[in-house]
Design a protein around this ligand. Structure first.
Ligand code: TYM
Length: 332
């Protein structure tokens, strides 16, 4: 059986990277797979979150996922902290994963920066919780952006070690689904940095909640280089900003990067940017309109999340029981 799990953190606005790298694929996969999607608030608190803001962001993130087209009747959509099995399995996996494995995680190094000693233990153990999210449902496929690849490789290692240590075939080996031409959307201000919620400059990203004028302005101000657009992919070498904007166009137009290069060969950036802005506005503004409508109906969103948590719990319960038995915990 094919089962998908994926998660998104409720930290600040969702941006184009989240949309093209993950959520749009979540929508597309829902006809083919059984899908379980989670707003991962327990991951969010690995760095400080204002308690008042967290609950609101959690609801808003769920609303954005629904607005982008994830059908909450067909799929399971829930909040991570509503299903205790995530924390329960994470503890078991903390005892399976090795310190050396976690020490190699580049995202921890980036996030902890120079102040490693001051980072929370949760931030260090974050990939174990992520493995628990996936394995609690025995998910087989995980759609994510390119930045999560290393975490998924770790989840595979943890699953394999668990199976070996306890002599079981309990966990499947997880396949990442990193799909489309925009698996790593870069900052609009610096083609060498990933588009991210934590970038201090709002001009670095397109938020799903930006209005049409803001989207057009941010694209107009996006950094470029002095050359016109090239006709082939090879000529994009060493031009990270041009590559990023063309990748974004290709993804939004559902086209390939080769066809996109051919289409805009020789164009100036200013003409290309106005085409890109129109496409971005027409792709993103229906989502924003729907987010705004859902903001007015928090009871609906909360109802979806309650139902989602019940359904997730029903899938997780027997699997957690099987895991506890394999470990040798006395039956409750
Ligand atoms: P998060 O919340 O940072 O991002 C959510 C999804 O968006 C993708 N993404 C991007 N894709 C392309 N370009 C970008 N600039 C960009 N920025 C973010 C991410 O790859 C991700 O797919 N650890 C995860 C959440 C998580 C999870 C899981 C994912 C927790 N448990 C289990 C899969 C399975 C994270 O922090 O994503």
């Amino acid at each position: 059986m094919k089962r998908i799990f994926s998660g998104i953190q409720p930290t600040g606005n969702l941006h184009l990277g989240n949309y093209l790298g993950a959520i749009r694929n979540w929508v597309r996969l829902q006809d083919e797979y059984e899908c379980i999607y989670s707003v991962v608030d327990m991951h969010a608190i690995t760095v400080w979150q204002d308690p008042q803001g967290l609950a609101a962001s959690t609801r808003e993130t769920a609303a954005a996922v629904i607005a982008a087209g994830v059908d909450p009747e067909k799929n399971v959509l829930f909040v991570q902290s509503h299903v205790p099995g995530h924390a329960q399995l994470a503890w078991v996996l903390n005892c399976v994963a090795r310190l050396g494995w976690l020490n190699r995680m580049t995202q921890f190094k980036e996030k902890a920066g120079k102040h490693r000693e001051n980072a929370s233990v949760g931030l260090f153990a974050y990939p174990n919780l992520m493995a628990a999210d996936i394995l609690l449902y025995k998910a087989t496929h995980v759609p994510v952006g390119d930045d999560q690849k290393q975490h998924l490789e770790l989840a595979r290692d943890i699953a394999q070690k668990f199976n070996n240590d306890f002599g079981v075939e309990l966990f499947p080996i997880v396949e990442p689904l990193i799909l489309g031409p925009a698996t790593r959307v870069m900052s609009l201000r610096d083609g060498g940095n990933k588009m991210s919620k934590s970038d201090p400059s709002d001009y670095s990203r397109l938020n799903l909640t930006d209005d049409a004028d803001t989207i057009a302005l941010k694209i107009r101000k996006a950094r470029t280089d002095p050359e016109p657009l090239p006709s082939t992919l090879e000529e994009l070498t060493g031009r990270p900003e041009a590559t990023n904007l063309l990748n974004i166009y290709a993804a939004l137009a559902d086209s390939s990067i080769d066809d996109t290069c051919a289409k805009f060969a020789g164009w100036s950036f200013s003409d290309f940017k106005s085409e890109l802005a129109d496409l971005a506005v027409s792709s993103l503004s229906p989502i924003f309109d729907e987010v705004r409508r859902l903001r007015g109906d928090p009871a609906y969103v909360d109802g979806v999340l309650r139902m989602g948590a019940e359904r997730a719990e029903r899938i997780a319960q027997p699997i957690l029981k099987e895991i506890y038995q394999a470990v040798g915990f006395l039956d409750a």
